[in-house]
Design a protein around this ligand. Structure first.
Ligand SMILES: [Zn+2]
Length: 173
């Protein structure tokens, strides 16, 4: 398939900032840009804010910088990345083809630290919850849930259990 690298820029030559994008359907992509610039969306806000702040999409034009045969969209993103890298007047918000893996490695330490903190926070919360839950044992003792196993070995509890057992034996007589 054919891929296109394109540029969107202001008709006013004094405004140097521009946007570089890629698409496999140039006409459709331009329609999307036009639509998006007339509606407020969360993605690519740099571009659309810029367009709105400089009149409207009617003050802008687009130009195909490169038409190229590619096997996958991924290949096109790689080419686009090269265009973006060497451009100092860019409105683009993100570098294309920056996949999850790259993101992961770039942010490895931050993510690791975040996970560690989250884990610790959860653990503390769970421990705190566990330790503060009060339960009433069948023997009548009131104790915190995480002490229950220790409690089962106490004389008071064992006496109670023995008592029940002997009562059951008695009732069978
Ligand atoms: Zn008990």
């Amino acid at each position: 398939m054919f891929g296109y690298i394109y540029k969107i820029y202001c008709k006013n030559p004094e405004i140097k900032e521009h946007y570089i994008g890629s698409t496999i359907n140039y006409k459709r992509r331009m329609r999307q840009h036009k639509y998006s610039s007339n509606h407020i969306f969360n993605n690519q806000t740099n571009l659309y804010d810029f367009i709105r702040n400089n009149g409207s999409i009617n003050n802008f034009q687009s130009e195909i910088l490169l038409k190229v045969m590619v096997n996958e969209k991924k290949d096109l993103y790689e080419i686009e990345k090269q265009f973006i890298k060497n451009d100092n007047n860019l409105l683009n918000k993100y570098i294309p083809n920056r996949n999850q893996k790259e993101y992961y490695f770039d942010n490895y330490d931050i993510l690791k630290e975040k996970r560690k903190m989250k884990y610790k926070k959860n653990r503390d919360e769970i421990l705190h919850k566990k330790s503060s839950i009060m339960v009433t044992c069948e023997c009548g003792s009131i104790l915190t849930k995480n002490h229950i196993h220790r409690h089962y070995k106490t004389i008071k509890h064992c006496k109670y259990i023995n008592n029940i057992n002997s009562q059951q034996v008695q009732s069978l007589d």
